[in-house]
Design a protein around this ligand. Structure first.
Ligand code: ZN
Ligand code: ZN
Length: 344
């Protein structure tokens, strides 16, 4: 799926196969997901070289191994974080590749996974082996939204059993946050403008759902009522001034806010209610993907059945339908996940 210029209509057509870079591999894509970050790239919010192939959450089979790769062979079933570290810097060496200054992101810094084949860099640092029990669609869901949700709630906000977690926006990453929060023993309030998304959140374990259409409902007041004074942790899984403020103002005193939804600078800097942050000693946390080193613990939770990333996957389609969907994805009301198999 090729995008020839900012906001151009995506086109499905033949392009040359990628070649494995030194220390990298080429993976045949079996499953890949469409997410809001792809829309940001399409809309010109990232520094993208066009023509471009989007797609950054993927799982598949290694088909070519470049020079210097030690851990991987043709035929290995793998997935990869959407942030791929360089493998050499101090951050990568300490297992924090998600903030590598020389990071590569398939579908952003180079051609991504909305294709039959994708090149991946620094394979020994970034690839994650899939156990036979983990399907490709579930693994692709881990790569972006699920890993992001896990890092945001477990590693950054340090959610503990019995706490209230408010998730504003229950699309792909928001639904993952609902599932992770439940798996951590938290109680969940899900907020969205889409009733179908809220039904999905309830089915995945949200204790309460709030329909926010931007006018009628005072979200922070409603959350305070439901949680006896506000939630311990709030996530903005959308990325807008309104959803960020709703999340921050839904917190109780000394609560922790995690910003997961992207707030690209082109939209201007969002106004954040900092007076409340100061007076109530709130913590504001950023979260950016999850490094390959942290995957085994997450994969084990999936194997044990504690987490089920495949549950929101509704159906699998080829490349034609997402090519039509991408331009409108910022306003799409997609309640569950559609996964892409480029071979269809
Ligand atoms: Zn994504
Ligand atoms: Zn690095």
């Amino acid at each position: 799926m090729v995008v020839d210029a900012v906001r151009a209509r995506p086109e499905v057509r033949e392009v040359p196969d990628p070649v494995a870079p030194d220390a990298g591999v080429v993976v045949e894509v079996v499953s890949t997901g469409l997410c809001r970050s792809d829309w940001h790239a399409w809309a010109g919010h990232d520094d993208i070289a066009f023509p471009h192939v989007p797609g950054h959450e993927l799982a598949g089979v290694v088909r070519e191994v470049g020079r210097g790769v030690e851990r991987w062979q043709v035929g290995d079933r793998v997935t990869v974080p959407f942030v791929c570290g360089c493998g050499r810097c101090e951050w990568c060496r300490s297992g924090q590749a998600q903030v590598c200054p020389d990071q590569q992101q398939p579908g952003f810094t180079h051609w991504g996974s909305f294709a039959e084949y994708v090149a991946l860099h620094a394979a020994d640092t970034n690839l994650v082996a899939l156990p036979d029990s983990l399907g490709f669609a579930a693994a692709a869901a881990l790569g972006c939204r699920f890993a992001t949700a896990h890092r945001a709630l477990a590693a950054r906000a340090r959610v503990v059993e019995g706490e209230w977690v408010t998730v504003v926006g229950v699309g792909g990453v928001g639904l993952s946050c609902v599932m992770i929060a439940r798996a951590l023993g938290a109680r969940v309030v899900a907020v969205d403008r889409n009733p179908e998304a809220l039904s999905a959140a309830a089915a995945l374990g949200a204790d309460h759902t709030l329909l926010a259409n931007g006018t009628d409902l005072d979200v922070p007041a409603a959350v305070a009522d439901l949680t006896d004074g506000g939630s311990h942790v709030a996530v903005d899984a959308v990325g807008s001034e309104q959803t960020c403020a709703d999340a921050v103002l839904s917190l109780r005193r000394r609560g922790r806010h995690v910003q997961v939804g992207l707030l690209p600078p082109v939209d201007g800097h969002p106004r954040v209610p900092m007076a409340r942050v100061i007076a109530w000693e709130l913590d504001l946390l950023g979260s950016h993907g999850m490094a390959a080193r942290d995957y085994p613990a997450l994969v084990r939770l999936v194997e044990q059945g504690v987490l089920a990333p495949q549950r929101p996957v509704e159906r699998t389609v080829g490349l034609d339908e997402p090519a039509l969907l991408l331009p409108g994805f910022d306003t799409a009301t997609v309640a569950c996940m559609t996964m892409i198999d480029p071979r269809l």
